[in-house]
Write a protein that binds this ligand. Sequence first.
Ligand SMILES: C[S@@+](CC[C@H](N)C(=O)[O-])C[C@H]1O[C@@H](n2cnc3c(N)ncnc32)[C@H](O)[C@@H]1O
Length: 251
Amino acid sequence: MTHESQPGAIRSGDEVRRMFGRITRRYDLMNRLMTGGRDVAWRRRSVRAAIGGHALGTARVLDVATGTGDLALALARGGSGEVVGVDFSPEMLAAAAGKSTAADAGDEASRHPTPAWVLADALRLPFPDSAFDACTVAFGLRNMPDYRAALAEMGRVIRPGGRLVCLELTPLRQPVVGGLFGWYFAHVVPLVGGLLSGDRDAYRYLPQSVDAFPDAATLAELMRAAGFEQATWKKLGGGTVALHVAVKGRG
Ligand SMILES: C[S@@+](CC[C@H](N)C(=O)[O-])C[C@H]1O[C@@H](n2cnc3c(N)ncnc32)[C@H](O)[C@@H]1O
C-alpha cells in the first residue's frame, strides 16, 4: 500500500494507542536490541538538528509522540531551554515521567530543564500557534492516521523560521540489502519482540507500517506541501532510517 491510497497509518489511532500501551514495559529494550543501540546516536543527532544554532538554554522544543521520553530527555540534556513531550498513550507518558523523576534525583540532571509531559493527540496539539522554536518527532509520524494533517498541526505550533525534525524508519527498496533487512524485520523482529513484550502483533505491525510509509523524497514533498521549506534528509542505519529537517516558511 502506498501513501497515495493510504495517507496515514495502517491502523486506527485507538488501535495504535492501545498497542503502545501494551508494549510500554519492554519498549526501550526492544529499541536497543533492534537497532544495536544506534537509536541513541540517532536521537542525539536529532537534538543537534533541532537546536543547533540556538544559544544554549534558549530553544523551546516540542517532542511529539514522545513515547518513553528518550528524545525529550536528550533535548533537555542537549541544551534546550524548555522541552515539552506529548503523547496520547498514558502508559508511555507515565514511563517518560518516571525516567525524568529518576533523573531529577541525580545531581547532574538538575542543571537541565525537566520536560513537561502532556497527554494529547498529535493532530490536536493543545498549544497556541508559533509556540515553539522547533518540533521533533521520532518514530511517531508513521503511526499517525493522517500524515498531512499531522505535519500541518506540527507546523502550526512551530514559529516561522523554526524547524521540524523527523526521525523515522523509511522503506528500503534496494533488492539485496532490502531483502535481507526485510527478512530480519518481518521474521526476527516479531519473534524477539513477541517473546520480550508478549505482543507479537505489535512487532508484526512495525514492518507493515514501514512498508506503507512514504519514501524519504515523498515525505519531504509532504512537508513542503504542509508549509515547510528546505525539507532535506539524511539516511542513517544503512538506509533504514531517514532524518528529515524542514524549516517552517515565513510567508
Ligand atoms: C514508536 S513510539 C516512538 C516513541 C519515541 N518518540 C521514541 O523515539 O522512541 C510511537 C509513539 O507515538 C505515539 N503516538 C502515535 N500516534 C500518536 C498520536 N496521534 N498522538 C500522540 N501520540 C501518538 C504512541 O503512543 C507511541 O508512544
